[in-house]
Design a protein around this ligand. Sequence first.
Ligand code: HEC
Length: 173
Amino acid sequence: MRRTVHAAATTFFFAAISVPVYAVTDGSGDPAPAKQDDGKWFDKDGNPTFKVDEDGTVDWYTYSGFIRYSSECLRCHGPDGMGSSYAPALRNSMKRLSYPEFYGIVAGGKKDVSSAQELVMPANGENKNVMCFIDDIYVYLRARADDAIPRGRPEKHAPKPDSFTKAEDACMG
Ligand code: HEC
């Protein structure tokens, strides 16, 4: 009798801890959303992350990231982070790059002088259309890298939080 109870308790324990953890890790570790600040999600290490509901509804920042990626990055990096003949597939890069590494490259740029074709990632540190939305772009690409969302515009998204509008107005000036 005691053994049965113990086995049942063990099963329950493993079931309980395995549910919220995604099967994947990326350059920033486990992307599972652990806490939020008015609709902006963070993983257990405090890195920005995405949240996708069972019906496919994405958080506002992931949706905003899709819009910003498409206007600022797509022309070189291809639609949906899939890459082009000129610039790498960020969908793959995010499996390796941490949040600070991503931030540093986007703000400061990157130049591959070793390749025959000179590849240049422009510095965006002064570009408000990128820097005011860098976390949005990050969580969108993180979701793409982790196969949490399909290609294309997310069909359903959470409403725009008031704090997003305030931060956008303050940052864009
Ligand atoms: C003018 C073209 C161009 C635009 C626009 C552009 N990139 Fe890039 N990006 C590149 C190239 C080329 C590279 C590869 C540079 C290298 O290999 O050193 C690159 C590299 C990167 C890397 C490093 C990838 C890796 O695998 O290490 C990141 C991250 C990145 N870009 C993010 C972005 C984001 C986010 C945007 C939009 C805000 C953006 N880029 C816009 C051309 C561009």
